[in-house]
Write a protein that binds this ligand. Structure first.
Ligand code: PLP
Length: 381
């Protein structure tokens, strides 16, 4: 190959490096203040035992094909039946990842005449689904209910004939704040539209029995809920809760569901066990609540970080390079803290995304906050 073909890529990477935006894969090391393993399930004995038991009863590692062909295993169906009952949805559909589920949903359910109104901070996977959708899309300012309402109204007044699809996260992944779900559901009702709630960071952690924040909207026919399984549930994949007719539509139209090998049946067995753990071990949620309150108090006291509504505690830095330096120093001190930079977050809002999980205790949190206060003090802007 002509090596000059690589030059544009290399110069693009050099440009990212200059702006402190180059990403590199770093090893997992130090105490976990960064993962989404909120309930500490990723390494839980019960999940490993569920996989061993599935292997013992002959469940294969690989699905061997698409769900529409031989890849549809009894484990997938058993999981979907249990998940639908757990989340009180008419139907649950299991995808290989939350990213895939969002792409499937947004690329195929909203029709050409529809409008997608999404929060400005919505996850990248929703953006990718929208890019493949035939519907128009518009972003509105973060958590601004009035703006969602206005966008739907002005589209209708301008002759919009289809339905609006309102897309939000119940708990924002990089800010840790919550969406006003009831008010947004009212907007969807008022405009004869749908509300899609991405519960990635709330499933298993919040809501009655860990069913998520969207539990307050259960059984509304126009609410679709995405529960990812790689975060608090400790496994991988995602469960989309929705009316049966929409699930059947996805099975017929979502290209990345149809033309892709089904998730491992062993992962389906593990997710089923994770849902049971969420139901049987409420003490995990209670412990997380204690830890996140403790961490938020310390961060407020030593660093002046404002209150948070969740286990995601962003420490705003602003500058990309400074965020990277502080995160590197934290890792050198044994605390796995990561810098989150644009384009994941808006320009000028680089931050350290501290996440609290059951993989830490109070002493470790106190030591981490102490180290962070020193690192920030010694690397002042
Ligand atoms: C809000 C949100 N939605 C969807 C996803 C994608 O989920 P998954 O990691 O299962 O692909 C993530 C995680 O990266 C997320 O934070």
């Amino acid at each position: 190959m002509n090596l000059s073909a690589l030059a544009p890529y290399e110069s693009m990477l050099a440009g990212l490096e200059r702006k402190s935006r180059l990403r590199r894969l770093a090893p997992r090391q130090g105490i976990d203040f960064t993962s989404n393993d909120y309930l500490g399930l990723a390494n839980a004995h019960r999940l490993k035992a569920a996989i061993s038991a599935a292997i013992d009863r002959g469940v294969p590692v690989g699905a061997g094909g698409s769900r529409l062909l031989r890849g549809n295993h009894a484990e997938h169906e058993a999981l979907e039946a249990e998940a639908a009952a757990f989340f009180r949805a008419e139907k649950a559909l299991y995808f290989s990842s939350g990213f895939a589920a969002n792409v499937a949903l947004f690329s195929s359910l909203p029709q050409r005449a529809d409008l997608i109104v999404h929060d400005a901070l919505i996850h990248a996977s929703v953006h990718d689904g929208i890019a493949a959708s035939k519907a128009q899309a518009v972003a509105v300012p973060h958590n601004d209910v009035e703006a969602f309402d206005r966008a739907a109204r002005s589209w209708r007044q301008a002759g919009g004939k289809g339905r609006p699809w309102i897309a939000v996260e119940s708990l924002y992944s990089m800010d840790g704040d919550r969406a006003p779900l009831l008010a947004l559901a009212d907007v969807a009702d008022r405009h004869d539209g749908f509300l899609v709630i991405d519960e990635a960071h709330a499933t298993g952690v919040f809501g009655p029995g860990g069913r998520g924040l969207a539990a307050e909207l259960e059984r509304r026919g126009n609410v679709l809920v995405l529960h990812t399984c790689g975060k608090a549930l400790g496994v991988s994949g995602a469960l989309l809760g929705l009316p049966s007719s929409l699930a059947n539509y996805l099975i017929n139209r979502a290209r990345n569901f149809i033309y892709s090998t089904a998730p491992s049946p062993l992962m389906a067995a593990a997710v089923r066990e994770a849902l049971r753990i969420v139901a049987d071990e409420p003490e995990r949620r209670a412990r997380l609540e204690e830890l996140r309150t403790f961490a938020a108090g310390h961060l407020q006291l030593l660093i002046g970080v404002g209150p948070s509504a969740s286990q995601i505690l962003p420490v705003m830095i602003g500058d990309n390079a400074r965020s990277l330096r502080i995160a590197e120093r934290m890792r050198a001190n044994g605390f796995d803290v990561r810098a989150i930079r644009p384009p994941t977050v808006p320009e000028g809002t680089a931050r350290l995304r501290i996440s609290i999980t059951l993989n830490v205790d109070e002493d470790e949190i106190a030591e981490m906050v102490q180290a962070l206060a020193i690192a920030m003090q010694e690397d002042r802007p």
